[in-house]
Design a protein around this ligand. Sequence first.
Ligand code: ASP
Length: 477
Amino acid sequence: MRTWNKDIINKVDKEVELMGWVAVRRDHGKIIFIDLRDKTGINQLVFIPVKSEQSSDKNNVYEKANTLRPEWVIKIRGEVKKRPKGMENNNLKTGEYEIEVKDLEILNEAKTPPFSLDTDGYDINEETRMAYRYLDLRRQRLQKNLKARFQIIKFIRDYLTEKEFTEIETPIITKSTPEGARDYIIPARLQPGKFYALPQSPQQYKQLLMVAGTERYFQIARCFRDEDTRGDRQPEFTQLDIEMSFITQEEIMELIEEMFLNLVKKLYPEKKIKLASDGRIIRMSYKDAMEKYGSDKPDIRDNKDDKNELAFLFVVDFPMFEWKENEKRWDAAHHPFTQPKVKDAIEFQKLFKENPAKILAEQYDFVLNGFEVGGGSIRIHNSELLQAVFEAMGNKAKDIQEKFGHLLEAFNYGVPPHGGIAPGIDRLIMILENEPNIREVIAFPKTGDGRDLMMNAPSEIDKEQLKDLGLEIKNKE
Ligand code: ASP
């Protein structure tokens, strides 16, 4: 039966079977040392040549070991031995032991990798790393990031499960929902001329789940936004999508506060968290943030060089609208479903006529070390007010019906007051793991211009597929 590398420490003087990759080979005189890597760590294998009069079997093992090269996949049988005094390797968890190999099977040979895998990899050209991502991911740093990601998501799942939340999947093939970016669209083969859109977020679905009586929803949700290149953005990213009914802004912030403070305490005990004097996450109005820091996501750390300092912050009281100069209209600063701080549609229309810039929203952003790691709001749950906001943003009645008729209709059937938030998982992990960008914490990220260099996507599709979809490519460069 196979033993994991990490478990040999419990098997001294016993025989074990190990499988994995050749990480490093070192020859000392006639002795061959192999660092064997599996998902749990590294072990040192020792191959000792035997005198010719001894069994030829053993010689075969040594001869075979002589052919081993980095990244070959092998299976061995051998005995776990304590290393001789002074030969221990303190950098390895199993560094006091080594394996005297008795049997070696080569499961697969490997070409020489295009870059080294036993460094942190930061200095290697990123495009090459992405093209060979399956090799890049073999490096320890990225293995650690993938595990950290899993642990963080697991913590969140467990935490919210305890709090009466239900995790619900929402469609990926759907209709456009505005979050301020371009949609990725999918031609609908069975409805020629029509298109689905990939969700920029599950925003409308989660609100409809509140109409459906779910009350507490979350999802580790993939979001798709066709945006231009930016360092910490990806065409698809993951967010912890949350929505709750019968809830206040303060209660949502408290939930997030408690969850993330506990998460850091449990998974990153070495980190120092900067808090307000009452032990809470600092809260700041948008106005104060802009006046004091000139930013709506200020980095309020005391010492920005300290990689173990975390400064969470809630920015509240955002303006509801921002002026879009190129479109000559007022647009929602967060999204149009956000509750403006008004009593009803009539008061909203009056205030909008007076000065749209002055209307505040029940919107809050969650900031960490100067990054916006999440945003949310209390939602409009009154269909007249929602209609008025859509109109204020320059939508014609016909467009409103076409784009949001389903939501307005649903809101006629007893919608609870509700609100939510969506912390970005990628950015959060990036910061917790002290990584310079989110690509380092995503298994298969895309380049800044949206290419998957490993799969070679996007790619052309054949004529038949185009025909099926009723599409024609016009201006191909
Ligand atoms: N849908 C929002 C977003 O993706 C989050 C929210 O309002 O809950 O940013």
